[in-house]
Ligand binder design. Sequence first.
Ligand SMILES: Nc1nc2c(c(=O)[nH]1)N(C=O)[C@@H](CNc1ccc(C(=O)N[C@@H](CCC(=O)O)C(=O)O)cc1)CN2
Ligand SMILES: Nc1ncnc2c1ncn2[C@@H]1O[C@H](COP(=O)(O)OP(=O)(O)OP(=O)(O)O)[C@@H](O)[C@H]1O
Length: 189
Amino acid sequence: MHTQSSVTKEIRSKVRNIRRELPHEQRLKAEHGIYQQIKKHPKVSSAKHIAIFLSFDGELNTKPIIEYFWQQKKSIFIPIIHPFNNDHMFFLRYDEQTELTRNRFGILQPKLDVRNIIPYKKLDIIFTPLVAFDERNYRIGMGRGYYDRLLAGYQQTDIYPIGLAFTCQKISYIPNQPWDVQLPEIINA
Ligand SMILES: Nc1nc2c(c(=O)[nH]1)N(C=O)[C@@H](CNc1ccc(C(=O)N[C@@H](CCC(=O)O)C(=O)O)cc1)CN2
Ligand SMILES: Nc1ncnc2c1ncn2[C@@H]1O[C@H](COP(=O)(O)OP(=O)(O)OP(=O)(O)O)[C@@H](O)[C@H]1O
């Protein structure tokens, strides 16, 4: 029998492969399109505190957009995995001087310094990584529920989450779980 969760796992593994194997030329073109959409986004333009992620596993390259944000004097924050409670993540300031280290998944993250932690509710925009998304803006992530927990109840805050993805990560229907968060917007190209 196919359980919902085995379907989700299958989608995750297939789309992770597609994302990793996106041909270089197509990737660059799509990234350019995504950067343009981000740059002309009114909510992003007015944001002060922006959470984004450092790319891995074939995710679109966020470094050029982070550099653009630095030029715009925006404060940038990157998720880090909680050192004792691996189910939780929080956000640390990231600027040109920040030292990075690899977490247990091999993803670069700022070195933990409590002075650089931002309380989640102070974030204006949370650029959200995802593996697959559908027409309704449901998403499948890397499978540990970090962003589902983080974004649960975001509607009651001033936070605006925006998914970032290649269009090749779009599928027609994601069998969503009760805790899955529907994003208000997913920028893709
Ligand atoms: N760039 C980026 N940073 C991010 C995320 C992301 O999706 N993208 N995350 C979004 O949530 C969090 C990390 N989530 C992750 C969840 C699972 C695995 C992963 O590779 N799991 C392996 C098993 C590895 C293990 O358990 O040690 C696997 O599924 O094969 C990686 C990251 C925080 N940082
Ligand atoms: N709001 C929540 N409260 C409690 N547990 C949650 C919540 N959201 C997700 N979880 C737990 O996290 C686990 C992983 O969820 P799921 O497979 O939907 O993650 P995902 O969306 O792929 O990953 P991510 O959100 O990290 O990108 C689930 O087993 C679920 O029990």
